[in-house]
Design a binder for this molecule. Structure first.
Ligand code: PMP
Length: 287
Protein backbone atom coordinates (compact mmCIF):
# COMPACT_ATOMS: atom_id res chain seq x y z
CA UNK A 1 0.00 0.00 0.00
CA UNK A 2 1.39 3.37 -1.08
CA UNK A 3 0.28 6.53 0.68
CA UNK A 4 0.53 10.08 -0.58
CA UNK A 5 2.07 12.27 2.09
CA UNK A 6 2.81 15.88 1.19
CA UNK A 7 3.90 15.21 -2.36
CA UNK A 8 5.73 11.98 -1.61
CA UNK A 9 4.63 8.41 -2.04
CA UNK A 10 5.54 6.40 1.04
CA UNK A 11 4.84 2.95 2.43
CA UNK A 12 2.19 2.45 5.11
CA UNK A 13 4.93 2.00 7.74
CA UNK A 14 6.52 5.32 6.78
CA UNK A 15 3.28 7.28 6.55
CA UNK A 16 3.56 9.20 9.82
CA UNK A 17 2.47 12.57 11.12
CA UNK A 18 3.88 14.76 13.91
CA UNK A 19 2.39 14.73 17.42
CA UNK A 20 2.29 18.52 16.98
CA UNK A 21 -0.03 18.23 13.98
CA UNK A 22 -3.14 20.28 14.70
CA UNK A 23 -5.33 17.75 12.94
CA UNK A 24 -4.25 15.38 15.70
CA UNK A 25 -4.17 17.90 18.58
CA UNK A 26 -7.40 19.76 17.77
CA UNK A 27 -9.20 18.02 14.93
CA UNK A 28 -8.16 21.09 12.90
CA UNK A 29 -8.52 19.88 9.35
CA UNK A 30 -10.92 18.54 6.76
CA UNK A 31 -11.43 15.33 4.82
CA UNK A 32 -13.26 13.56 2.02
CA UNK A 33 -14.23 9.93 1.48
CA UNK A 34 -14.38 9.08 -2.22
CA UNK A 35 -15.19 5.86 -4.11
CA UNK A 36 -13.29 4.34 -7.01
CA UNK A 37 -15.46 2.17 -9.23
CA UNK A 38 -13.81 0.32 -12.08
CA UNK A 39 -10.95 2.82 -12.17
CA UNK A 40 -13.30 5.78 -12.10
CA UNK A 41 -13.13 8.39 -9.30
CA UNK A 42 -16.84 8.76 -8.71
CA UNK A 43 -18.03 12.39 -8.51
CA UNK A 44 -14.43 13.60 -8.24
CA UNK A 45 -15.32 17.21 -8.96
CA UNK A 46 -18.11 17.26 -6.39
CA UNK A 47 -15.79 15.90 -3.69
CA UNK A 48 -13.02 18.37 -4.53
CA UNK A 49 -15.50 21.24 -4.61
CA UNK A 50 -16.71 20.28 -1.13
CA UNK A 51 -13.10 19.93 0.09
CA UNK A 52 -12.04 23.35 -1.19
CA UNK A 53 -15.24 24.93 0.19
CA UNK A 54 -14.58 23.38 3.62
CA UNK A 55 -10.99 24.68 3.44
CA UNK A 56 -12.09 28.19 2.55
CA UNK A 57 -14.61 28.24 5.36
CA UNK A 58 -12.00 27.37 8.01
CA UNK A 59 -9.30 29.53 6.34
CA UNK A 60 -7.10 26.56 5.53
CA UNK A 61 -4.73 27.00 2.60
CA UNK A 62 -4.55 23.77 0.63
CA UNK A 63 -1.00 23.73 -0.77
CA UNK A 64 -2.17 22.06 -4.02
CA UNK A 65 -4.19 23.53 -6.83
CA UNK A 66 -7.40 21.78 -7.81
CA UNK A 67 -5.68 20.16 -10.81
CA UNK A 68 -2.66 19.11 -8.76
CA UNK A 69 -5.00 17.51 -6.22
CA UNK A 70 -6.83 15.62 -8.94
CA UNK A 71 -3.49 14.43 -10.35
CA UNK A 72 -2.34 13.34 -6.87
CA UNK A 73 -5.54 11.27 -6.49
CA UNK A 74 -5.06 9.63 -9.90
CA UNK A 75 -1.38 8.91 -9.23
CA UNK A 76 -2.05 7.40 -5.78
CA UNK A 77 -4.68 5.11 -7.26
CA UNK A 78 -2.32 4.15 -10.10
CA UNK A 79 0.52 3.30 -7.73
CA UNK A 80 -1.80 1.14 -5.65
CA UNK A 81 -3.17 -0.57 -8.77
CA UNK A 82 -6.72 -0.16 -7.54
CA UNK A 83 -9.77 -0.53 -9.76
CA UNK A 84 -12.30 -0.51 -6.93
CA UNK A 85 -11.89 0.92 -3.50
CA UNK A 86 -12.11 3.91 -1.24
CA UNK A 87 -9.99 7.06 -1.09
CA UNK A 88 -9.50 8.97 2.14
CA UNK A 89 -8.25 12.47 1.44
CA UNK A 90 -7.20 14.44 4.52
CA UNK A 91 -5.93 18.00 4.74
CA UNK A 92 -4.76 18.91 8.21
CA UNK A 93 -3.61 22.31 9.46
CA UNK A 94 -0.21 20.67 9.84
CA UNK A 95 2.38 20.79 12.62
CA UNK A 96 2.46 23.84 14.89
CA UNK A 97 3.03 24.40 18.58
CA UNK A 98 0.78 23.34 21.47
CA UNK A 99 -1.36 26.48 21.30
CA UNK A 100 -4.41 26.26 19.09
CA UNK A 101 -3.44 29.26 16.97
CA UNK A 102 -3.43 28.08 13.34
CA UNK A 103 -1.06 30.88 12.29
CA UNK A 104 1.64 28.85 14.08
CA UNK A 105 1.16 26.07 11.55
CA UNK A 106 3.19 27.11 8.49
CA UNK A 107 1.93 24.47 6.09
CA UNK A 108 -1.11 22.26 5.72
CA UNK A 109 -0.49 18.55 5.28
CA UNK A 110 -2.15 16.55 2.53
CA UNK A 111 -2.63 12.82 2.94
CA UNK A 112 -4.22 10.41 0.46
CA UNK A 113 -4.93 6.82 1.47
CA UNK A 114 -6.43 4.30 -0.92
CA UNK A 115 -7.97 1.19 0.57
CA UNK A 116 -10.32 -1.68 0.03
CA UNK A 117 -13.74 -1.02 1.43
CA UNK A 118 -15.70 -3.12 3.89
CA UNK A 119 -19.18 -2.75 2.52
CA UNK A 120 -22.56 -4.15 3.51
CA UNK A 121 -23.45 -7.60 2.20
CA UNK A 122 -25.85 -7.98 -0.72
CA UNK A 123 -28.22 -9.51 1.82
CA UNK A 124 -28.20 -6.28 3.83
CA UNK A 125 -29.12 -4.33 0.67
CA UNK A 126 -32.03 -6.72 0.04
CA UNK A 127 -33.27 -7.15 3.61
CA UNK A 128 -32.51 -3.68 4.95
CA UNK A 129 -30.82 -2.54 8.15
CA UNK A 130 -32.25 -2.25 11.62
CA UNK A 131 -31.75 1.27 12.98
CA UNK A 132 -32.38 3.29 16.13
CA UNK A 133 -32.64 6.98 16.95
CA UNK A 134 -30.09 8.32 19.42
CA UNK A 135 -29.89 11.10 22.02
CA UNK A 136 -26.99 12.92 20.35
CA UNK A 137 -28.07 16.02 18.46
CA UNK A 138 -26.57 17.11 15.16
CA UNK A 139 -24.64 20.31 15.70
CA UNK A 140 -26.38 23.32 14.36
CA UNK A 141 -24.67 25.96 12.19
CA UNK A 142 -22.16 28.22 13.91
CA UNK A 143 -21.07 25.64 16.45
CA UNK A 144 -19.92 23.02 14.01
CA UNK A 145 -21.50 23.54 10.64
CA UNK A 146 -22.38 20.13 9.16
CA UNK A 147 -21.56 21.56 5.73
CA UNK A 148 -17.89 21.66 6.71
CA UNK A 149 -16.52 18.14 6.50
CA UNK A 150 -14.07 18.72 9.31
CA UNK A 151 -11.95 16.32 11.35
CA UNK A 152 -14.19 17.01 14.36
CA UNK A 153 -16.24 13.81 14.29
CA UNK A 154 -16.65 13.18 18.00
CA UNK A 155 -20.41 13.71 17.87
CA UNK A 156 -20.72 11.24 15.01
CA UNK A 157 -18.52 8.80 16.92
CA UNK A 158 -20.82 9.05 19.95
CA UNK A 159 -23.68 8.19 17.61
CA UNK A 160 -21.72 5.22 16.26
CA UNK A 161 -21.09 4.05 19.84
CA UNK A 162 -24.87 4.20 20.49
CA UNK A 163 -25.45 2.24 17.28
CA UNK A 164 -22.91 -0.38 18.40
CA UNK A 165 -24.54 -0.64 21.84
CA UNK A 166 -27.90 -1.21 20.14
CA UNK A 167 -26.29 -3.74 17.79
CA UNK A 168 -27.27 -1.85 14.62
CA UNK A 169 -25.31 -0.67 11.60
CA UNK A 170 -26.40 2.96 11.47
CA UNK A 171 -28.36 5.25 13.79
CA UNK A 172 -30.55 8.30 13.26
CA UNK A 173 -29.61 11.71 14.62
CA UNK A 174 -32.10 14.50 15.21
CA UNK A 175 -31.32 18.20 15.36
CA UNK A 176 -31.80 20.34 18.47
CA UNK A 177 -35.47 20.97 17.55
CA UNK A 178 -36.18 17.26 17.18
CA UNK A 179 -36.28 17.05 13.39
CA UNK A 180 -34.57 14.12 11.72
CA UNK A 181 -31.12 15.20 10.50
CA UNK A 182 -29.01 12.27 9.27
CA UNK A 183 -27.10 9.16 10.33
CA UNK A 184 -23.63 9.02 11.88
CA UNK A 185 -22.07 9.08 8.41
CA UNK A 186 -25.01 8.82 5.99
CA UNK A 187 -27.86 10.98 4.82
CA UNK A 188 -31.42 9.78 5.27
CA UNK A 189 -34.44 9.52 2.97
CA UNK A 190 -38.01 8.34 3.56
CA UNK A 191 -40.73 7.46 1.06
CA UNK A 192 -44.46 7.88 1.67
CA UNK A 193 -47.17 7.28 -0.93
CA UNK A 194 -44.64 7.34 -3.74
CA UNK A 195 -43.06 10.67 -2.69
CA UNK A 196 -39.38 10.70 -1.70
CA UNK A 197 -38.43 13.00 1.21
CA UNK A 198 -35.04 14.06 2.56
CA UNK A 199 -34.33 16.73 5.18
CA UNK A 200 -32.96 20.02 3.84
CA UNK A 201 -29.32 20.38 4.91
CA UNK A 202 -30.07 23.43 7.08
CA UNK A 203 -31.78 20.99 9.47
CA UNK A 204 -28.28 19.73 10.23
CA UNK A 205 -26.88 17.40 7.62
CA UNK A 206 -23.83 17.16 5.44
CA UNK A 207 -24.52 18.01 1.81
CA UNK A 208 -23.89 14.40 0.87
CA UNK A 209 -22.69 13.71 -2.64
CA UNK A 210 -24.59 10.43 -2.79
CA UNK A 211 -27.63 12.34 -1.52
CA UNK A 212 -27.30 14.77 -4.44
CA UNK A 213 -26.85 11.89 -6.90
CA UNK A 214 -30.03 10.23 -5.60
CA UNK A 215 -31.97 13.49 -5.81
CA UNK A 216 -30.85 13.80 -9.43
CA UNK A 217 -31.86 10.20 -10.12
CA UNK A 218 -35.32 10.80 -8.60
CA UNK A 219 -35.75 13.66 -11.02
CA UNK A 220 -34.57 11.57 -13.97
CA UNK A 221 -36.73 8.57 -13.07
CA UNK A 222 -39.82 10.67 -12.41
CA UNK A 223 -40.10 10.20 -8.64
CA UNK A 224 -41.46 13.25 -6.87
CA UNK A 225 -38.87 14.51 -4.39
CA UNK A 226 -39.43 16.90 -1.51
CA UNK A 227 -36.65 18.41 0.58
CA UNK A 228 -38.52 19.15 3.77
CA UNK A 229 -38.17 18.68 7.54
CA UNK A 230 -39.76 15.58 9.09
CA UNK A 231 -39.91 13.89 12.47
CA UNK A 232 -39.34 10.38 13.81
CA UNK A 233 -43.09 9.78 13.54
CA UNK A 234 -42.81 10.27 9.77
CA UNK A 235 -39.94 7.79 9.70
CA UNK A 236 -41.93 5.18 11.68
CA UNK A 237 -44.95 5.40 9.36
CA UNK A 238 -42.96 5.68 6.10
CA UNK A 239 -43.40 3.04 3.39
CA UNK A 240 -39.63 2.95 2.82
CA UNK A 241 -36.55 4.38 4.56
CA UNK A 242 -32.97 4.37 3.31
CA UNK A 243 -29.55 5.86 4.03
CA UNK A 244 -27.13 7.18 1.41
CA UNK A 245 -23.37 7.62 1.61
CA UNK A 246 -20.15 7.10 -0.29
CA UNK A 247 -19.48 3.80 1.47
CA UNK A 248 -23.10 2.68 2.02
CA UNK A 249 -24.41 3.72 -1.44
CA UNK A 250 -28.19 3.28 -1.02
CA UNK A 251 -29.03 1.01 1.90
CA UNK A 252 -32.59 0.21 2.93
CA UNK A 253 -33.81 0.30 6.54
CA UNK A 254 -36.33 -2.33 7.61
CA UNK A 255 -36.88 -1.33 11.23
CA UNK A 256 -36.48 1.86 13.29
CA UNK A 257 -36.81 1.91 17.11
CA UNK A 258 -38.69 -1.39 17.00
CA UNK A 259 -41.21 -0.22 14.35
CA UNK A 260 -41.22 -2.26 11.15
CA UNK A 261 -40.86 -0.08 8.06
CA UNK A 262 -43.17 -0.98 5.18
CA UNK A 263 -42.96 -4.68 4.40
CA UNK A 264 -39.83 -5.10 6.54
CA UNK A 265 -37.41 -5.37 3.62
CA UNK A 266 -35.94 -3.10 0.94
CA UNK A 267 -38.88 -1.39 -0.78
CA UNK A 268 -39.43 -1.18 -4.53
CA UNK A 269 -38.42 2.46 -5.00
CA UNK A 270 -35.31 2.05 -2.80
CA UNK A 271 -34.30 -1.03 -4.81
CA UNK A 272 -34.91 0.79 -8.09
CA UNK A 273 -32.81 3.77 -6.96
CA UNK A 274 -29.95 1.46 -5.88
CA UNK A 275 -30.03 -0.32 -9.26
CA UNK A 276 -29.98 2.94 -11.18
CA UNK A 277 -27.29 4.38 -8.90
CA UNK A 278 -25.03 1.41 -9.63
CA UNK A 279 -25.41 2.09 -13.35
CA UNK A 280 -23.81 5.54 -13.05
CA UNK A 281 -20.96 4.85 -10.61
CA UNK A 282 -18.29 4.06 -13.17
CA UNK A 283 -19.49 6.65 -15.66
CA UNK A 284 -19.92 9.83 -13.66
CA UNK A 285 -16.45 10.91 -12.57
CA UNK A 286 -12.78 11.03 -13.53
CA UNK A 287 -11.06 8.07 -15.21
N1 PMP B 1 -23.30 12.67 6.62
C1 PMP B 1 -22.12 12.57 7.25
C2 PMP B 1 -21.99 13.14 8.63
C3 PMP B 1 -21.03 11.94 6.62
O1 PMP B 1 -19.85 11.86 7.24
C4 PMP B 1 -21.21 11.39 5.32
C5 PMP B 1 -20.14 10.59 4.65
N2 PMP B 1 -18.96 11.17 4.46
C6 PMP B 1 -22.47 11.53 4.70
C7 PMP B 1 -23.48 12.17 5.39
C8 PMP B 1 -22.70 11.03 3.31
O2 PMP B 1 -22.07 11.89 2.39
P1 PMP B 1 -21.48 11.39 0.99
O3 PMP B 1 -22.64 10.85 0.22
O4 PMP B 1 -20.88 12.59 0.38
O5 PMP B 1 -20.49 10.33 1.33
Amino acid sequence: QVIYLNGEYVSKENAKISVFDHGFLYGDGIFEGIRIYNGNIFKCKEHLDRLYDSAKSIMLDIPLSYTEMEQALIETIRRNEFRDGYIRLVVSRGPGNLGLDPTRCPKAWVIIIVEQLAIYSEEAYRDGLVSVSVVQRRNIPDALNPKIKSLNYLNNILVKIQANLAGVGEAIMLNAQGYVAEGSSDNIFIIKKGVVYTPPCYIGALEGITRAAIMELCDKLGYKLKEEPFTLHDVYVADEVFFTGTAAEVIAVREVDGRQIGAGKAGTITTHLLEEFRKIVDVDGVK
